[in-house]
Design a protein around this ligand. Sequence first.
Ligand code: ES4
Ligand code: ZN
Length: 325
Amino acid sequence: MSLPDALSRLPKAELHLHVEGTLEPELAFALAQRNGVRLPYGDVEELRRAYDFADLQSFLDLYYACMPVLVTAADFHDLTAAYLARAHADGVAHAELFVDLQVHLGNGVSADDVLDGMTSALAAAGERWGMTGGVILCVVRDRPVETAHAALDAVAHRVHDLVGIGLDSAEVGYPPSLFVSVFDRAAAMGLHRVAHAGEEGPPAYVREAVELLGVERVDHGIRAVEDPDVLALLVGRGIALTVCPLSNVRLRAVPDLAAHPIRALLDAGVQVTVNSDDPAYFGGYAADNYAALLALGFTAEEFAGLARTSVRASFAADDRKAELL
Ligand code: ES4
Ligand code: ZN
């Protein structure tokens, strides 16, 4: 078996995946037609040509522009089901999916339709393939903090349908410290906590996410490599990073793959996992993100270690982790 094939077979957990970032152009146009919504692009080719990003914000502008095609519970089901089938083919046995609920509420979609669609697709993948996983409500940090509280209000009657709370979107200028009240409330609701930090933002944001928000994992976190004290904090607390190599290259968080700090993070003793972020936009799903590291000389043993770390860093039940390790 070739090494790329072996990478698809490694049982792994996907821990950093925005469900809206799995919207392939063909599905975007099919849903636009189904719902009578106009996309600001003429066709699939024109949309795909726009996938040329200078930074995080230029990506987010396009990503949010596509979101109004997601309207009904069936749309969220179809989107999630298509992703889970693709992930299953890549050896993803457990998937934790971010959803930008504030944006959908702002578009007039109900929290119940979003969660009904996603949880029904997760349940079907569980029945079909034994996959496990869950939904992480991701706070959109460049929207008013009150709208994050409103999103928590909207899910309070069905918290059992969520595994955690996260923090995403435009990072610089929106430090984790702004969201202490939201994360405290989510923790009291029994949710696990994670946050994007240190993607474009400074290492100080990684420290805030850990010390002020109480996160159990940091999403991206690659700029922690710039501050030995922040690295020591992550190592000391055993906090894993959910690294997304193809995303970092496409959004120019790193100049190229050769300059990616993943090896330095591992050498510093940080728990590192590999994930796909917004695979429809960044050129690859889970196994493609593992395969990208072949260029950095990662060995079969190292890939197996990354996959095991992803299972350990997941919020799967202990017996499920034992099954996958
Ligand atoms: C995102 Cl790559 C990335 N960073 C921050 N927020 C996001 N939302 C979707 N993808
Ligand atoms: Zn992300």
